[in-house]
Design a protein around this ligand. Structure first.
Ligand SMILES: NC(=O)c1ccc[n+]([C@@H]2O[C@H](COP(=O)([O-])OP(=O)(O)OC[C@H]3O[C@@H](n4cnc5c(N)ncnc54)[C@H](O)[C@@H]3O)[C@@H](O)[C@H]2O)c1
Length: 252
C-alpha cells in the first residue's frame, strides 16, 4: 500500500471496467484520483465504491474526451483544484468492429476519435503541467496493436492501438528532457462488464481464448497492478516501453 502516496493521478474512463479498477487501486495506494467518463452514471458508481472505502474520486462526468475542449477543461479543472499533475493514465476508449470491406467510414472515424484522438487531446493539454516537475503518462493500447484477430474485424481498432504504441514512444523521446516518462500497456482479452457477454458465451469465449496460454481472460485488477508499478517511482528507469499483459497470447 501507499506506493503512489500523494501523487495526483488523472485517470480517464473511470465509469467502469479497468478505469474503475484503476481508480480504486490508485486511491488505495495513496494517490489523489481525478477521473472522468462520458458515462456519468458509471463514474458516479465508481465514486460510490471509493466512498464506501473512505476514499474519494475527484473529477467530473460526463466528459467526452474526443472533444478537445472538454478534454482541456477537465485537465485545467484538475490542475486548478490540485495544483499539478503527476500521472496521466489514458485508459478510456470506445471502438467499433466489422470486416474491413463492409466497415463504414463513420465507424472508422468513430474508432479513431475514441481510441486515439482522445489520448492526444488529454496528453496535449496535460503536457505543460507534467513538465513542471516531471511525471508519467500511461497509455492503454492492446494486443490488437501486435496481431490481427480471426474472431472480429478489428482493422480500425488495431490501427488506433498500434498508433497508441508509436505515439507513446515519441512522447518518451520528447518527454525525457522534461522528466516525463511515457509507457504503453497492451492487454490481451480482459473480463470487464463490456466483454462479459463474450466471456459467458462458450463459443465466443473459446474463440477469444484460442492461443491464450493461461486459458482465461485477464482481470482488470491484473492490468491495473502493472499500471501501479509503471506509475510509481519504482519504474523510474522505464520509458518508451510497451508492456504486454496477455496470458501468453503473443508467445504462440
Ligand atoms: N477489455 C479488454 O478485453 C481489453 C483488451 C485490450 C485493451 N483494452 C483497453 O483497455 C482500456 C479499458 O477498457 P475496458 O475493458 O475497461 O473497457 P470499458 O468499455 O469497460 O471502459 C472504457 C471506458 O471509457 C469510457 N469512454 C469511452 N469513450 C470515451 C470518451 N470519448 N470520453 C470519455 N470516456 C470515454 C467508457 O464510457 C467506459 O467507461 C481501453 O483502452 C481498451 O481499449 C481492453
Amino acid at each position: 500500500m501507499n506506493r503512489l502516496s500523494g501523487k495526483i493521478a488523472l485517470i480517464t474512463g473511470t465509469g467502469g471496467g479497468q478505469g474503475r479498477a484503476a481508480a480504486l487501486r490508485f486511491a488505495r495506494e495513496g494517490a489523489i484520483v481525478i477521473g472522468c467518463d462520458v458515462d456519468a452514471a458509471g463514474h458516479a458508481g465508481t465514486a460510490a465504491l471509493l466512498k464506501a472505502e473512505g476514499l474519494h474520486l475527484f473529477g467530473s462526468a460526463p466528459v467526452d474526451l474526443g472533444d478537445h475542449e472538454q478534454a482541456r477543461d477537465w485537465i485545467e479543472a484538475a490542475v486548478a483544484e490540485h495544483g499539478r499533475i503527476d500521472i496521466l493514465y489514458n485508459n478510456a476508449s470506445a471502438a467499433r468492429f466489422g470486416p474491413v470491406g463492409e466497415f463504414s467510414i463513420e465507424d472508422w472515424h468513430y474508432t479513431i476519435r475514441n481510441e486515439l484522438d482522445l489520448i492526444y487531446f488529454a496528453t496535449k493539454y496535460a503536457w505543460k503541467h507534467l513538465a513542471v516537475r516531471g511525471g508519467v503518462i500511461i497509455n492503454i493500447s492492446s494486443t490488437a496493436a501486435w496481431g490481427g484477430s480471426k474472431v472480429a474485424g478489428i482493422s480500425a481498432h488495431s490501427a488506433a492501438k498500434g498508433a497508441v504504441v508509436s505515439f507513446t514512444r515519441q512522447l518518451a523521446v520528447e518527454g525525457a528532457a522534461l522528466g516525463i516518462r511515457a509507457v504503453s500497456i497492451s492487454p490481451g482479452f480482459v473480463k470487464t462488464p463490456g466483454t462479459a457477454a463474450f466471456v459467458e458465451n462458450p463459443v465466443t469465449r473459446r474463440a477469444l481464448l484460442d492461443g491464450v496460454l493461461q486459458d482465461r481472460p485477464g482481470e482488470p485488477e491484473e492490468v491495473v497492478s502493472l499500471a501501479v508499478y509503471v506509475a510509481s517511482d519504482e519504474a523510474a528507469f522505464m520509458t518508451g516501453s510497451d508492456l504486454v499483459i496477455d496470458g501468453g497470447l503473443l508467445a504462440v
